[in-house]
Design a protein around this ligand. Structure first.
Ligand SMILES: Cc1ncc(COP(=O)(O)O)c(C=O)c1O
Length: 385
């Protein structure tokens, strides 16, 4: 086995194996019910599988255009205009990419320079800070207010400095399961008006918003759309997280810079998957029915844990339900999550891993993108604690 014998100053010295890998491995080892990592335990629609097979068998197996195949970019632009009222030019303002994580990394690499500051909210999805650090920039954090995880907009205003180049927001939010309101986005629009700050808006759960509320996209707010790279993912919407295909939307000037980096990284995204998605997107019901589909799962899980000593925090979007365990244990959330997997056979994600310093809150995140049988068995275990 070859080994490297020279000094190596890591660009990401604090990054190790993620908790998602650790918990999924532990869950497999202990045959635990895995409500930790965020992916469905059910398959995508048979029509979508058939479409992929159709395009692979028809020979759509060579490089796609750098920005993505035009029919898919057109379908994305049409959907966004219908839902959020803003028109993006498929030629210059829509790019298909290998997943949302890739889009976020690309946006940061394209627009952030060493010494810049990037504003993040804490708790934060785990890919944001490393993307900023690899670019030589510094993450600056604003804390979401516990227990409702709302944004203190005065704190945001105070955190902005002349070095702030970018802000990354995420709605519906992983891990808090909150959604931003129209009022939140109007506040943000006002705060950023006089600045050149770029917003990266991670909206991968855009179609999973509950209780009759609508997803508020930055695309709907002109003062935000003009400075934003909107990121979404087909993985969450069509139960195909393993396909790793997503897209970015941005004004032409920002998209031109984004594509310069994309062109020399992945360069293109999987072709037959794009053809399959372009055709499948014609069926609007597939994404419009997603919120009701997951709301039913959320409610089923909530009913299941109703008799437990866990206290649910509101889940207004995503496919996560946070449970506060104040009445169950005073262990640290990482210790409890590991112990529950080993001893009780249920895996979750401790929410403290989304913070730099573990907060005192006692919250575990459970993914309910699972079959009813899995959710029922998971809830039964939680009720016995
Ligand atoms: C908030 C958020 N952004 C991005 C992603 C990743 O999306 P993709 O698989 O398309 O890279 C996830 C997946 O868990 C997520 O929760």
């Amino acid at each position: 086995m070859p080994a490297y014998h020279h000094p190596l100053a890591s660009k990401l010295p604090t990054v190790g194996t993620t908790i998602f890998t650790v918990m999924s491995r532990l869950a497999a080892e202990h045959h635990a019910i895995n409500l930790s990592q965020g992916f469905p335990d059910f398959d995508c629609a048979p029509e979508l599988r058939a479409l992929l097979a159709k395009y692979v068998n028809a020979g759509f197996n060579q490089y796609a255009p750098m920005a993505g195949i035009l029919p898919l970019r057109e379908a994305i632009a049409a959907k966004v205009e219908a839902l959020y009222g803003t028109s993006y030019d498929p030629e210059h303002e829509v790019t298909v990419v290998p997943g949302a994580t890739y889009a976020i990394f690309t946006a940061v690499a394209a627009l952030v320079r060493p010494g810049d500051e990037v504003l993040l909210f804490e708790p934060a999805y785990d890919s944001y800070a490393p993307a900023v650090e690899v670019a030589g920039a510094r993450p600056q954090y604003v804390q979401l207010r516990y227990p409702d995880y709302s944004i203190d907009w005065d704190a945001v205003q105070r955190a902005i400095t002349p070095r702030t180049r970018m802000m990354i927001i995420n709605t519906p939010n992983n891990p808090t399961a909150t959604v931003l309101s129209g009022e939140d986005l109007r506040m943000l629009e006002g705060i950023l008006r006089a600045t050149g700050i770029v917003v990266v808006s991670d909206e991968v759960y855009e179609h999973i918003v509950f209780d009759g509320h609508r997803h508020q996209s930055v695309a709907s707010f002109p003062g935000l759309a003009e400075r934003s790279i909107v990121v979404s993912s087909f993985g969450k919407t069509y139960h195909v997280t393993g396909w790793k295909v997503g897209y970015a939307l941005a004004p032409r000037e920002l998209m031109a810079e984004f594509r310069k980096v994309h062109q020399f990284n992945a360069f293109v995204t999987n072709s037959p998957v794009q053809y399959a998605l372009a055709e499948y997107m014609q069926n609007r019901d597939a994404y419009l029915s997603l919120a009701a589909f997951y709301q039913k799962k959320r409610d089923y899980f909530l009913e299941g844990v109703g008799a437990s000593r866990f206290r649910p925090l509101p889940s207004r979007g995503t496919f996560f339900q946070n449970l506060c365990y104040d009445a169950v244990s005073d262990e640290r959330d990482t210790d409890l999550a590991i112990r529950l997997t080993r001893e009780r056979g249920i895996a979750s994600i401790p929410v403290s891993v989304f913070y730099r310093e573990p907060p005192a809150h006692r919250v575990l995140r459970f993914c309910f993108a699972k079959s009813e049988d899995t959710l029922a068995r998971g809830a039964e275990i939680l009720c016995r604690l």
